[in-house]
Design a protein. Structure first.
Length: 668
């Protein structure tokens, strides 16, 4: 039977099965032949049949320890891990010095994710047979599994200790190094991630894997140009390994991702088209199409691609988390929650899925926002404005709003004083990601220096997204003219009908336009047009600049009461910088310079600047201070200068949405 033994030892299990099948025709009761046949059956994929064979042999030879060992191993092949655990436990008690029993028990515990105990027994096995390669290999995978579990529980330091121990047994082991690099990426330890990937590059294939990793490190370090340069290098090297589909696809995946990070959408589309012709149904190709859709705001295409991925592989990480993000971008938060929780079902404690759920919940958590501003101008007007706003989401689609505003204003020369109290309530209703409605109504009570009165205030805005990268708002707002004490005292109510339109592009250019028609209770009418053509130069932080134009005209000119020219034109250039608003410290600053023309008067220079600086004390409490300056002609007269500064507090009053129980139900 030596030929059959050789087949088993060299992994030729189908040949071994056929060989021992023939032996058993001649010697059906031969114990060794039956045992070898059972092993050949199990190792060639027939796990249930192998269990049946060894069960029968146990009945025939109840005290045969070797048959018991093979029966226990067949339970492992058939993934009956709980049953195998009990059986191996008895075997180890029967003979604690049996190497296969102790090692089998360790492997069983590992499959049950009882890693600490598994490590104990695999070390016992190595004490019995020092340096045994099978035991060392088992210990490697036990450590990998344990490290993964520890990393899921954010015990990164301990996880790295086990991975580092692996490198003593298997220097520069690829699986171990990739796991180490992944932890360094999660913890944003980019220096060690880079060192780990560089150490991995020991041969042609691994050097490409290393380059793909280094490109990701550069992206996380916010150096996307470097990421693309590395990805191009990897792409050029992988051409020699085109027969290795996995590494080839992974490399082109990283290359196309790097193109998207650099917003080179035309090149990414061309590369994706080529890859799609070669590998049309590969999950990586479908995933890249979905990612391309996310970057270009074609969320419908992304959803189609992710759904196709999930039909092919319901447990796909990229499919489940990808579609969760796509639904979030498309405005369907319930489905976003659903797929984010599905991701966690398949990949427990996965950081990106947890982060998405946290972001979603925060967007639906009640908050109170308090803003206080102090203003003064060169017309000797001073004002203090304090507002308190509360927003309470009752579902992912509906939120109620309550707002209170208090403003007091005084002219320090005439000593005229006035104040107003506004209180309003309303709602936000998000029908779909493309259509939402915001409405508020209330009253304002004013106390002027010669009169007191109460007026109705209201606002309604229909927000739409007619096409991708386009936003169109249509609205109405009724408000009291309260810029200074004199205007507030005159009880001038403004009925504003407005339209806002923003057009974005995938090549960093944008165009924003606002038109407002205002009818006032003093029978005057105002037309206002503002348009801005802007270009985004950088995205981390966002730096954009462009040209603004503003036109204002009034039907009647009442310059002694408020600034009301027949025509007013303003042109300016501006620059704006915006940091990541989700970081602990954040800021925003803008400045503009231009020329204004009031009717037929000579033009004059304009300046304006605005800045905001904020700090996130916790996930629930945010503070920022702000200031602005402008000399653009406004509600008083030409030659106007206006300054404002203040602070804003935002407090999330709960740590989860009111309807959190309904959200948690999606976990099931």
């Amino acid at each position: 039977m030596q030929t059959g033994f050789t087949f088993l030892e060299t992994g030729k299990y189908k040949e071994a099965k056929s060989f021992f099948e023939e032996i058993l025709k001649q010697y059906p009761d031969n114990k060794t032949a039956n045992l070898c046949y059972g092993r050949a059956v199990g190792l060639s994929g027939g796990s249930k049949e192998a269990v049946a064979i060894f069960t029968q042999m146990r009945n025939e030879y109840p005290d045969d320890f070797e048959i018991k060992l093979n029966y226990a191993e067949s339970l492992l092949w058939d993934q009956q891990f709980e049953k195998a655990e009990t059986f191996y436990e008895d075997l180890v008690k029967e003979d604690k010095n049996s190497f296969p029993a102790v090692l089998g028990y360790a492997n069983t515990l590992s499959n049950l994710k009882k890693y600490e105990k598994a490590l104990q027994y695999v070390n016992n096995a190595l004490a019995l047979q020092k340096g045994n390669q099978n035991a060392l290999l088992s210990r490697k995978y036990i450590r990998l599994g344990y490290a993964n579990t520890l990393a899921q529980n954010k015990s990164y330091k301990k996880a790295l200790q086990y991975l580092n121990s692996n490198l003593k047994d298997f220097p520069n082991d690829k699986d171990t190094q990739l796991n180490r690099a992944n932890i360094y990426l999660i913890t944003n330890d980019l220096r060690n991630a880079k060192k780990t990937y560089n150490a991995l590059a020991s041969n042609a294939k691994d050097s490409i894997i290393a380059l793909n990793g280094l490109a990701l490190v550069a992206h996380k370090a916010e150096n996307d140009k470097k990421a693309l340069a590395i990805a191009i290098k990897a792409k050029n090297k992988v051409k020699a390994l085109k027969d290795d589909k996995d590494i080839y696809l992974s490399t082109y995946e990283r290359y196309i991702q790097a193109l998207l990070w650099n917003r080179k959408f035309k090149s990414a589309r061309q590369e994706l088209y080529t890859l799609q012709k070669e590998y049309p149904n590969e999950l990586k190709t479908l995933g890249l199409r979905a990612t391309y859709g996310m970057y270009t705001s074609d969320f419908g295409m992304s959803l189609d691609q992710y759904n196709t991925i999930l039909k092919k592989d319901p447990k796909s990480f990229d499919g489940n988390l990808g579609i969760a993000n796509a639904y979030r971008a498309a405005g369907d938060d319930i489905k976003s929650y659903t797929y984010a929780y599905k991701t966690l079902q398949y990949y427990p404690k996965q950081p990106d899925a947890q982060k998405l759920i946290k972001t979603l919940k925060k967007s639906h958590t009640p908050f109170i926002e308090q803003k206080t501003a102090f203003t003064f101008d060169n017309g000797d007007n001073e004002a203090i404005n304090a507002s308190l706003r509360s927003e309470i989401p009752w579902s992912t689609k509906f939120a109620s709003i309550v707002q209170y505003d208090y403003r007091t204003t005084e002219n320090t020369v005439t000593n005229d004083k006035a104040s107003s109290h506004d209180i309003s309530a309303g709602f936000i209703y998000k029908h779909t990601g493309r259509l939402s409605l915001q409405s508020q109504a209330g009253i304002t009570n004013a106390d002027g220096f010669t009169t007191d009165f109460t007026e109705l205030i209201a606002e309604v805005v229909l927000k739409t997204k007619p096409l991708k990268l386009q936003n169109l708002d249509i609205g109405y707002k009724r408000e009291l003219q309260n810029f200074n004490a004199d205007l507030l005292n005159r009880e001038i109510v403004m009925n504003n009908y407005f339209l806002n339109y923003n057009l974005g592009t995938n090549f960093n250019l944008g165009w924003y336009t606002q038109y407002m028609y205002t009818s006032q209770t003093d029978d005057n009418v105002r037309n206002l047009l503002f348009t801005s053509l802007y270009y985004t130069f950088f995205r981390k932080p966002i730096i954009k600049g462009g040209l603004n134009y503003q036109y204002i005209s009034f039907k009647d000119q009442v310059p002694t009461i408020y600034f009301s020219p027949e025509t007013f034109n303003l042109g300016e250039v501006f620059l704006e910088v915006v940091s990541d608003p989700q970081k602990k410290w954040f800021y925003q600053a803008s400045a503009a310079y231009g020329q204004q023309f009031v009717e037929d008067d000579p033009g004059s220079s304009t300046y304006r600047a605005e800045a905001k600086f904020g700090y996130r004390f916790s996930d629930r409490f945010i503070v920022n201070i702000f200031g602005k300056y402008s000399n653009i002609s406004s509600a008083t007269a030409a030659g106007f200068e206006y300054t404002e500064f203040g602070f804003k507090l935002k407090w999330y009053v709960l740590n989860a949405p009111i309807f959190n129980k309904k959200i948690k139900a999606l976990e099931r």
